[in-house]
Write a new protein. Sequence first.
Length: 97
Amino acid sequence: MTAAQPLDHNWLDPEEILRRLPVDQRERFVHEYRSALDAAHEVWRYRQLQEVLHLWNLRAAAYAQPDFQQRAAEAAGGEPGLFVSVEQIPGWTGQAR
């Protein structure tokens, strides 16, 4: 038996994200990543690159769920009572908190 090795994953590494994405999402990721990378040349826009990597990391995790396709189809179909539009949320102002 060997000692446990620490996981050496950097979940915001673009290569790691690309590897975990389904093939049909990779081109979109690369496009958004390159756009954010170009924008990051401006110091005040560096956060945009971090946000793109964070969001795509979350997407990769969602796509990895076995029931993702089923849940996405249900959401797109708008099953009554299962999902509501953002305008139907009480107190929604249209701004992120």
